[in-house]
Design a protein around this ligand. Structure first.
Ligand code: UDP
Length: 415
């Protein structure tokens, strides 16, 4: 696997580390469990890193020197792809021929390295976009920075070069065909999963609130994830201001945790959300928390009345499935993978558009009927059960097998 711009060893929820990091870790572990050994190449970001680290039995993370350890933004990485490829090739040169059976690249930057490596080694290239420039640009938050044309061109090249593309949802597969002219038969849909051992209702909402020092009877709408305009945590804050305007008595029993750190275009104004909370006069109810390990995040999910995801685009939205697996319903924008992740009216509510008044309307019933979080949460936990990583790994292994079979077939057809 190739993950150039972010390491599976990084803490997700801030900077460049998010769902893709979790995806790679969970998928690699589950692949290793079914006897597919995985090596993950990623860029070294501190001098202290050893060249290779065992992440789990059968999963090795290899650190590649490509550019300075610090101070290099994701936008600067296209200039480092040759150096990165050089590092990958050096590692390969130390092995017997045929060491790698297949390349699975994640995100377009890795796709470019994978393109060359797969061709050089005579093995298939399987690529997962995770996010696509054209899709992001079509649904930008007001004033957000569009993805550059160079990324669109790069993505188009990878679509042409890959033996198989893996999409998170049928909608993403459709976008690959519509925006990037991918051959439909080469796109496989594999839903990401959730770690059902870690994300589970456990001892329930009241116990989680007690552990986190949160009031037992409060309305707690939670935001969790990377803080950037794309994820629209500002819409949640506006919706909360609406609710408090309509019913000032709610102020006494409302807490709005925002768990995560600045990322992407959100890095330009890291204080932006704090300032908005101040402008809206809701600093007393909003609690900003730094990104945390998933075991702690699971408690935030359990404690919440509802997870709120007003995102403008979301290739899947792992936090939606994780919260549901913990027994918490989700109010989400009806974009990207969220209509797959959330069963509208059963495990949560899907909302068309980004009008804060609509989000306030969806949250109000949780304030009026405290039992609603438990009832919908139970349905949500049931819904999440169908998203195990074992299923995702088995489906991915099938994509690998198909791609390898086709290669062999082509080789024998050409003598
Ligand atoms: N996450 C975390 N700690 C935090 C916030 C988020 O570990 O404080 C993880 C979360 O569990 C999830 C991932 O970051 O697995 C975010 O994935 P998602 O698909 O929701 O968003 P992305 O980052 O891919 O845009």
């Amino acid at each position: 696997m190739l993950s150039v711009h972010t390491s599976p060893l990084h803490q997700p929820g801030t900077g460049d580390a998010g769902g893709m990091n979790v995806y790679i870790v969970e998928l690699a572990r589950r692949l290793a469990a079914i006897d597919i050994e995985v090596e993950i190449f990623t860029r070294a970001t501190t001098a202290a890193l050893p060249p290779a680290v065992e992440l789990a039995p059968g999963v090795l993370v290899r650190h590649v020197d490509a550019g300075p350890y610090e101070g290099l933004a994701k936008e600067d990485l296209p200039a480092q792809l040759c150096a990165f490829t050089h590092g990958v090739m050096q590692a390969w040169a130390g092995h017997r021929p045929g060491h790698y059976d297949l390349v699975h690249s994640h995100y377009w930057l890795s796709g470019h390295v994978g393109w060359l490596a797969a061709e050089r080694w005579g093995v298939p290239l399987v690529h997962a976009m995770h996010t696509m420039a054209k899709v992001k640009n079509a649904a930008l938050a007001a004033g957000d920075t569009p993805e550059p044309a160079a990324r669109v061109i790069g993505e188009q090249q990878i679509v042409r070069a890959a033996d198989r593309l893996i999409a998170n949802t049928a909608e993403e597969a459709e976008e690959l065909v519509r925006h990037y002219e991918a051959a439909r038969e080469l796109v496989a849909v594999v839903h990401p999963g959730v770690n059902l051992d870690r994300f589970r209702p456990a001892d329930g909402r009241a116990a989680a609130r007690a552990r986190l020092g949160l009031p037992a009877d409060a309305l707690i709408p939670l935001f969790a994830g990377r803080i950037q305009p794309l994820k629209a945590p500002d819409i949640l804050l506006h919706a909360v201001a609406h609710l408090l305007e309509e019913d000032p008595s709610l102020r006494e029993r409302m807490v709005v945790p925002v768990v995560g750190g600045p990322s992407g275009s959100g890095l330009a104004k890291p204080e932006g959300l704090h300032k908005l909370a101040a402008r809206l006069g809701i600093c007393d109810v909003v609690r900003f928390r730094p990104p945390c390990a998933q075991d702690e995040l699971a408690d935030w999910y359990r404690a919440a009345s509802v997870l709120v995801m007003p995102s403008y685009s979301e290739s899947f939205g792992l936090v939606a499935i994780e919260a549901q697996a913990c027994g918490t319903p989700v109010v989400a924008a009806s974009v990207g993978g969220l209509p797959v992740a959330v069963r509208d009216g059963v495990s949560g509510t899907l909302i068309d558009g980004h009008d804060p008044a609509d989000y306030a309307r969806a949250l109000r019933p949780f304030a009026q009927d405290p039992g609603r979080a438990d009832r919908m949460g139970a349905a949500a936990a049931g819904h999440a059960q169908s998203f195990g990583w074992d299923t995702a790994a088995a489906a991915t292994a099938e994509v690998y097998t198909d791609a390898m079979r086709e290669r062999r077939h082509l080789r024998s057809a050409h003598g």
